[in-house]
Design a protein around this ligand. Structure first.
Ligand code: ADP
Ligand code: MG
Length: 678
C-alpha cells in the first residue's frame, strides 16, 4: 500500500520506527500531522554578525568557513565531542558538537555555512556549541524553529517535511473555494503549507500564516456552530409558558436589576421551546447570577421537572446550596446538596428521593450528573464557573438523559466578539450592571513614593475593623526587582504593618496550610493577607475592604479586575491601590482604565484591544480545542473575517453536507475530536 498523508508516520520515507516514536511524542502520528507541525518562529540567517561582535553567553548567527575538523574525542560516560576550527575571515572560532557524530560529519572542510548557536568563551578564544547550520549557498536563509524533542533535530524535521509536502502535492487539497480565497484575500492552502515551512521571504511566511490562522479560526467557529445545531435537533422537555415565575421574583428580598430580569425572561423563553436551551449567563462576580439561576429552577419545579446545579468545588456547591435553599424553600421547592463528602448513608437516602422525584433542585459538584444518580425527570442543568468545563464536557452534557436544557454561568466577562467564538455553541445573556446600592471599588494608581501614605490609609481602615489584602507578583526574592511576598511580609511586620496581624498566602504552600490561613482570615483573626495571585479564585471575605497591589505593571487588565473583585463584597466602602513605578504607555493606560471603571465587560474589551485575541485563545481555561496557529497569529481583523466567512458558509449549508464542503468538514472534525461533532 503506498504511503499517503494519513498513513502512520513511520511509513513516511526516511522516518522509520525509532524516529517515528519521537514524532509520536510530539503528537505527530501521520504525515498530515507533521505538515501541521507549524513553526513557532523563524531563524533568520541573514541577520549574521562577525565573530568579534558575537554576544558571549547568547545565541548568535555567524557566517563561518570550516577549515579544520579534529577527530572525535571520546570522554568519560560514553560522551563524544567533535570539534572543528572555523573562521569568518577575520577571527577564528571553535565549533563544538556534543554526542552527534553524524551531524558533525556532514560539515565539510573548506565549506562556508551560516550557523546559529550559543557562543561562549573569552574575547580571544570563542566557541559556538552544537550550532544549527545551513550551507551559505542555500537559497532560503529563513529557517523555521520547531518544537522538537530529544534526538530529533531541525534538519531531520526539514528532510521529513519535504517528503510529507511531496505527498501532499500528489493529492493536493484545498478546503476553501476560489471565491472565498478571492473574497478574503487568502493564498491557496498548498502554497501556505509549503511557505510556512520553507518561506522564501518574511512576507511569504506571513501570508502563509495568515491563511492558516484564518483556517483555524474558521474551523473553530464552524465546529462550535455545528455542535449548536446538532443539539438543537434533539428534543427537550417543553415547559409551559403560562407558568409564572413572577410570584418567585417578586417574593425575593430585593428587586432584580433590569439585566437580571431580561436574563430570566430569555431563559424562561428558552425553556418553553422543545429544543434544548444552550445558554451562557455572563456577569461579574456579585452581579447576581445565582438569583437568576434560582428563578430558572423555580420555573422548572413549577413545571414538574428537576434541576441540577453543578459547581466546580465543594465549597462553592455548599455556598450555592445555602443560597438556593433560602430563596426556594419558602416557595415549597425542595433543594438538596450532594457532594463527595456527603456520608454514604445520607447519599443513598438522597438518591432515593431524587429518583422518586421528591427533590426539585439538586446542588453538587459535577459528579451529580456523571455518577449513578438517577433522576425522575431532569429538565435543566446549570453549571457555575463555566470556564472550567471544556467543550468536550459541554458536548458530553448534551448526551445526558433526554437532552436537558442547559445554562452555564461564568464570572469571566468576555467581549461579545470573542464570546461568539469561544462560546459559539451557546446563546448569551449578560448581566452588565451591579445591583443597586453596591458601592463600586475606588481605585487609585500611585508610584512607590506614595507607598507609606498608602499604608497609613490601610492602617486607618484596619483600625476601623476592616481587613486588607496586599498582592505581590513573586513568592521568593529573585534577581528581578519585583516584590516577593516572603520578604515583604517580614519587612511589613516590622514596618508599615507593625502591630497588626498578618499572614502569608501563596501557591507553594500545602493545601491544608492554605485552608488554615484562609479560615483565619475569614474569621478575622488575621487582618492582612500578604499574598500572590492565588487569592484570585474563590475567596469571599466581605469584611476585606482594601487591596494593595504591588508591581501592578506585572498584571494584565483582566487579572487586575479579577483581583480587585476580592474586595467590595460587603456593605463597606472599598478601595484598591495599584502601586507601580512603570511609566510605559501601555502600563499608564492600564492603570487609567482600572481607575476609571469597574465594568468587567469594558475592561475585557480594552484588554482585547491592547493584547489582541491570541492571549485569550492561549488560555486553556476556555476549554477550546488547542489552536496551533491562531493563538499567536491572529488579530481582530482576521477574526472578524473568519467569523463572517463561517456565517456565510453555514447559512448556505448548516451542517456542511454539500460535497464541495466535505474537505472543510473533515478538517473541522480533525480539529475537534470526531466524537464531538462527527
Ligand atoms: P454572582 O453573580 O457572583 O454569582 P451572586 O448571585 O452571588 O453573584 O449575588 C451576589 C449578592 O448580591 C448576593 O448576596 C445576592 O443575594 C445579592 N443580589 C443579587 N441580586 C440582587 C439585586 N437585584 N439587588 C440586591 N442584591 C442582589
Ligand atoms: Mg456566583
Amino acid at each position: 500500500m503506498p504511503t499517503t498523508l494519513f498513513s502512520e508516520i513511520e511509513y513516511l520515507k526516511g522516518v522509520g520506527k525509532a524516529r517515528g516514536e519521537k514524532y509520536r511524542k510530539l503528537g505527530i502520528n501521520s504525515p498530515y500531522e507533521l505538515i501541521y507541525h507549524i513553526p513557532r518562529d523563524y531563524l533568520d540567517f541573514r541577520a549574521h554578525v562577525p565573530v568579534r561582535q558575537a554576544v558571549l553567553g547568547d545565541y548568535n548567527v555567524l557566517k563561518l568557513t570550516v577549515y579544520k575538523k579534529m577527530p572525535p574525542q571520546r570522554i568519560k560516560g560514553g560522551l563524544v565531542i567533535c570539534k572543528a576550527a572555523a573562521t569568518d575571515g577575520l577571527d577564528d572560532i571553535l565549533i563544538v558538537v556534543y554526542n552527534n557524530v553524524y551531524y558533525f560529519q556532514a560539515l565539510k572542510e573548506g565549506e562556508t555555512y551560516y550557523m546559529y548557536g550559543k557562543v561562549a568563551g573569552t574575547f580571544m578564544r570563542k566557541e559556538i556549541s552544537s550550532p544549527v547550520y545551513i550551507r551559505a549557498d542555500e537559497k532560503v536563509l529563513i529557517q523555521p524553529k520547531y518544537h522538537l524533542t530529544q534526538g530529533l533535530s531541525v534538519n531531520m524535521v526539514r528532510t521529513n517535511m519535504r517528503q510529507a509536502l511531496e505527498l501532499m502535492r500528489n493529492e493536493p487539497f484545498e478546503t476553501l473555494s476560489d471565491d472565498i480565497l478571492r473574497k478574503y484575500d487568502l493564498c491557496p492552502l498548498m502554497w501556505a503549507l509549503e511557505n510556512i515551512h520553507f518561506p522564501e521571504s518574511e512576507l511569504a511566511a506571513e501570508t502563509a500564516r495568515r491563511r492558516l490562522a484564518f483556517d483555524e479560526l474558521l474551523k473553530l467557529q464552524i465546529g462550535m456552530s455545528v455542535m449548536k445545531s446538532r443539539s438543537r435537533r434533539n428534543t427537550a422537555f417543553q415547559m409551559d409558558s403560562s407558568v409564572d415565575a413572577r410570584e418567585f421574583t417578586e417574593g425575593l428580598p430585593f428587586e432584580l436589576t433590569d439585566d437580571q430580569k431580561k436574563a430570566v425572561a430569555e431563559i424562561t423563553a428558552d425553556l418553553c421551546k422543545n429544543t434544548p436551551m444552550n445558554r451562557l449567563l455572563q456577569g461579574d462576580v456579585g452581579s447576581g447570577k445565582t438569583a437568576v439561576a434560582a428563578a430558572a429552577c423555580y420555573f422548572s419545579a413549577r413545571n414538574g421537572v428537576q434541576s441540577a446545579l453543578m459547581a466546580p468545588t465543594e465549597i462553592l456547591a455548599s455556598q450555592h446550596f445555602n443560597t438556593l435553599s433560602s430563596f426556594l424553600e419558602p416557595f415549597g421547592v425542595k433543594v438538596c446538596l450532594l457532594t463527595g463528602s456527603t456520608t454514604a448513608k445520607k447519599k443513598a437516602a438522597i438518591r432515593e428521593q431524587i429518583a422518586a422525584g421528591e427533590i426539585d433542585v439538586i446542588v453538587g459538584t459535577h459528579a451529580i450528573i456523571q455518577k449513578d444518580v438517577e433522576y425522575k425527570s431532569l429538565g435543566l442543568v446549570i453549571t457555575d464557573e463555566q470556564h472550567r468545563f471544556g467543550v468536550a464536557q459541554r458536548a458530553a452534557l448534551a448526551e445526558k438523559g433526554d437532552s436537558p436544557h442547559k445554562l452555564v454561568m461564568s464570572a469571566t466577562p468576555i467581549p461579545r466578539t470573542l464570546a461568539l467564538i469561544i462560546y459559539g455553541d451557546l446563546d448569551i445573556s449578560a448581566i452588565t450592571q451591579l445591583p443597586k446600592g453596591r458601592k463600586p471599588v475606588k481605585t487609585y494608581a500611585v508610584t512607590g513614593k506614595l507607598r507609606s501614605r498608602a499604608f497609613s490609609f490601610v492602617r486607618e481602615r484596619l483600625d476601623e475593623g476592616r481587613q486588607a489584602y496586599v498582592v505581590c507578583p513573586m513568592i521568593e526574592d529573585s534577581e528581578s526587582e519585583l516584590f516577593a511576598v516572603k520578604t515583604y511580609a517580614e519587612e511589613a511586620a516590622k514596618g508599615d504593618l507593625k502591630g497588626y496581624t498578618t499572614s502569608l498566602l501563596h501557591g507553594k504552600m500545602r493545601a491544608a496550610e492554605k485552608d488554615k490561613v484562609m479560615e483565619k482570615f475569614r474569621s478575622g483573626e488575621i487582618q492582612v493577607l500578604i499574598c500572590t495571585t492565588v487569592v484570585e479564585v474563590g475567596v469571599d471575605v466581605p469584611n476585606a475592604a482594601v487591596m494593595v497591589i504591588e508591581n501592578a505593571e506585572r498584571f494584565g487588565l483582566s487579572q487586575l479586575h479579577q483581583l480587585r473583585g476580592r474586595v467590595g463584597r460587603g456593605s463597606f466602602e472599598s478601595s484598591c491601590i495599584l502601586i507601580t513605578d512603570n511609566t510605559t504607555d501601555d502600563c499608564v493606560k492600564r492603570m487609567k482604565i482600572m481607575s476609571s471603571t469597574t465594568d468587567g465587560f469594558k475592561i475585557s474589551e480594552e484588554d482585547l484591544k491592547m493584547r489582541g485575541p491570541g492571549d485569550f485563545f492561549g488560555n486553556a481555561q476556555h476549554g477550546l480545542p488547542p489552536l496551533k496557529i491562531a493563538d499567536i497569529a491572529c488579530n481582530m481583523e482576521l477574526m472578524n473575517r473568519a467569523q463572517t466567512c463561517a456565517k456565510e458558509l453555514l447559512d448556505d449549508d448548516p451542517l456542511l453536507e454539500k460535497p464541495q464542503n466535505r474537505p472543510l468538514k473533515l478538517d473541522v472534525m480533525r480539529l475537534f475530536s470526531k466524537d464531538i461533532i462527527g
